[in-house]
Design a protein around this ligand. Sequence first.
Ligand SMILES: [Fe+2]
Length: 294
Amino acid sequence: MHELAKIPYIGCGIGLRSDISDETFARSREIDTVEIISDKFFSDRIARNIAYLEKAKSYFRVIPHGIKLSIGSASPIPEQYLRDMKWLTDDVGAYYYSDHYALTHDDDMLDIGHLSPLWFTKEMLAHVCSRVDQIQQFIGKPLVLENITAPFTIPEADYEEPEFISRVCEKTGCGLLLDVTNVFINAFNQKKDAMQLVRQYPLQNLVHIHLAGGEIHEGVFYDSHSQGISGDNEGVWPLLEYVAMHANIRALIIERDENFGEEFEDLVMKDLRRAKQIVESSRLVGSARNSRGG
Ligand SMILES: [Fe+2]
């Protein structure tokens, strides 16, 4: 088991995206860390991408975040994919590697093209745990997996999603990447209380946070990463405040993947400052509490 407790505080930042990379580099004094999409730097290792990675490393602490692990797939994880995960994690000096509780493809036979929810059965739990063990052993660092949004829940499951995630964390010692916006969106779409839902995740294993803004269309909330965290997304903030007071957040990333038309300030910086203020003031409260021994 890898000790999550050894992971230090990294800071708050944003997802590095080519549409906003000039502005991101220009604001490096205010942005502690950036998250990169790992798969863009794998295997082919295109020289242009590697040069971009080197530049990112020279400005920021870089955190790798994959989208094609497909932890629930039946076919074995390709050896090359494991080697790529280890290479990138070591190359950027990351404390952990992250991806999702999801299916994206199986072998070369089927590619769903997006993150699809797992079927939360006992069989899937055993399968996911053995793959998490395999990855953690191979890369020599913790794997940190993220909750995703689910447009529907697959029937006849043995667990609800938070319980499934708690069991994986408990059995493998892996970390939790809690996408707070995904919790908020799932609560909205499943007509649940978001604050009650967020409390069910294994916050003792929490390492990393994602925040983003989604959109409502015809009564359904979509995880579009296309909005600031305000308006319909305002309810994300009290959830972050709760999590910050009850977990040891090492990194927080604002994700923005679409709708880049606004000024960079409104795209991500306002939200980043607000998030950082919540994370860092809760860290101060936590250290004051620890130094009093309470
Ligand atoms: Fe996310």
